[in-house]
Design a protein around this ligand. Structure first.
Ligand code: 5AD
Ligand code: SF4
Length: 442
């Protein structure tokens, strides 16, 4: 009889890729992708705890499964990811949702298969969350779902302890994968026909600090020794460690996309200090300038937070100024969320919700205006995108250019996985309306 799985993912790209690993483990145990939770024999929640709303979302969805579990007790429910890795979270989860069968953490994701076997062999729920970090090399178990892009972890964990952030507590200290294993994996993916590789780490610039064999920019050079056409991306860079060696490497290798994600978080030096970010706004802007000196067409995206404890209107204005000065092509904007156990959670001067809301709205307005302005400049231009999907609702194919801008176009033949040239005819919000150029039609 066929067995089906269903995975719900919350949070960042790191989690999206970890769900590919979970899918790999489930498939190795004979499960196939189901069409919904209703028909699944196992439902896995891959949770995130970086902000309270991600956590609430997961809690809500797990709770909503109670009825289904009652009508089909043989269905397994497993909860993993960052949320379970917090101190006391596994117990809290079991208490709130006694119908959950398996609780696992980020550190022991690779042994999920064994936890499923254990649960199937007995009646009791299996709760196994390791406090200690697991092995760094667990990549080849992935069942990839994002062709023509492939995610590749180069490191796990974070040593930075930004004062607001829970990541170092739930993902442990930095562990870099061996460079040879990464290069081998990237080459295997390119052999299989993947056209874009995105290297993942919480702070890719400190790749290799915990081992002798190579630094991040050296790793990029090693990957780029493969000369065929492909795109190489990476995220996330921490401004404090973003150096000239890396910028030169971006300039020297045509496979590396001219788009850098460099989270700034805030534009006020006082707030940056309280955040423990270890750079000033001026230092950040100097790095941006250096990047644009070596790679003049490079686009920049960022993460920005508003409403950090004690943030004044003046601090917030400094953030708005920095957004204008850095000319971000787009930004991921967040309202500060108090995470228990972090240094900032204990700070005085937490900002009222209505002030936070007002600031995020003003910030989003500015960011959107800048993004639209950049989109408008695309009109009439010819761009090259890597086609990644077909939007059945709109009857259009879609793909990103190297700067991350999405273009939509019509084609009679399937273009997914192809590099295609498009003429930009107009813009819809941040995306581009395009027409396929003659030389890429069939
Ligand atoms: N509240 C709001 N946003 C946060 N981030 C990290 N921790 C928090 C928090 N406690 C944001 C940061 C980071 C991005 C991944 O999430 O901007 O760069
Ligand atoms: Fe969190 Fe800072 Fe590490 Fe990013 S660098 S994961 S924001 S602690």
């Amino acid at each position: 009889m066929e067995k089906y799985y269903w995975i719900t993912t919350y949070g960042c790209q790191m989690n999206v890729h970890e769900s590919e690993k979970i899918a790999g483990i489930l498939r190795a145990r004979g499960y196939k992708q189901g069409k919904s939770e209703e028909e699944a024999d196992i439902v896995v929640f891959n949770t995130c705890c970086i902000r309270e709303n991600a956590e609430n979302h997961a809690y809500g969805n797990i709770g909503a499964l109670k009825k289904l579990k009652k009508s089909r007790p043989s269905m397994l429910i497993a909860v993993g990811g960052c949320m379970t890795q917090q101190a006391g979270a596994a117990e809290k989860l079991r208490k709130k949702f006694p119908f959950v069968d398996i609780v696992f953490g980020t550190h022991n994701l690779p042994v999920l298969g064994e936890l499923i076997d254990k649960k199937l062999a007995g009646k009791k729920a299996v709760v196994d969350v390791w406090e200690k970090e697991g092995e760094a090399d667990t990549e080849d178990i992935s069942y990839r779902t994002s062709y023509p892009n492939a995610w590749v972890n180069i490191m796990y964990g974070c040593n930075n302890f930004c004062s607001y952030c829970i990541v170092p507590y739930v993902r442990g200290r930095e562990r870099s994968r061996e460079s040879g294993a990464i290069v081998k994996e990237v080459n295997a993916l390119l052999d299989q026909g993947y056209k874009e590789i995105t290297l993942l780490g919480q702070n890719v610039n400190s790749y290799g600090n915990d081992r002798e064999d190579c630094t991040f920019w050296q790793l990029l050079n090693k990957i780029c020794e493969r000369k065929e056409k492909f795109r190489l991306r990476f995220m996330t860079s921490n401004p404090k460690d973003f150096g000239e060696d890396l910028v030169r490497t971006i300039a020297d290798n045509e496979q590396i996309c001219h788009l850098v994600h460099l989270p700034v978080q805030a534009g006020s030096d006082r707030i940056l200090k309280l955040m423990n970010r270890k750079y000033t706004a001026k230092e950040y802007l100097e790095k941006v300038e250096m990047l644009r000196k070596y790679v003049p067409d490079c686009q920049l995206t960022t993460d920005i937070m508003v409403g950090f404890p004690t943030e004044t209107e003046e601090d917030f204005q400094a953030t708005l100024s920095l957004v204008k000065e850095a000319r971000f092509s787009t930004a991921f904007t967040f309202v500060y969320s108090r995470r228990s156990g972090t240094v900032a959670a204990g700070m005085d001067g937490q900002i009222p919700e209505e002030v936070q809301k007002d600031r995020i709205m003003r910030l989003v307005e500015l960011v959107n205006a800048q993004t639209r302005e950049l989109s408008a400049a695309y009109r009439g231009k010819t761009i090259e995108v890597l086609c990644e999907d077909y939007d059945a609702k709109r009857g259009l194919y879609l793909g990103r250019d190297e700067y991350g801008r999405m273009g939509y176009f019509k084609s009679e033949t399937n273009k997914v996985g192809d590099f295609v040239k498009l003429k930009v005819s107009g813009t819809s919000g941040v995306s581009l309306d395009c027409e396929l150029c003659e030389d890429t039609k069939e």
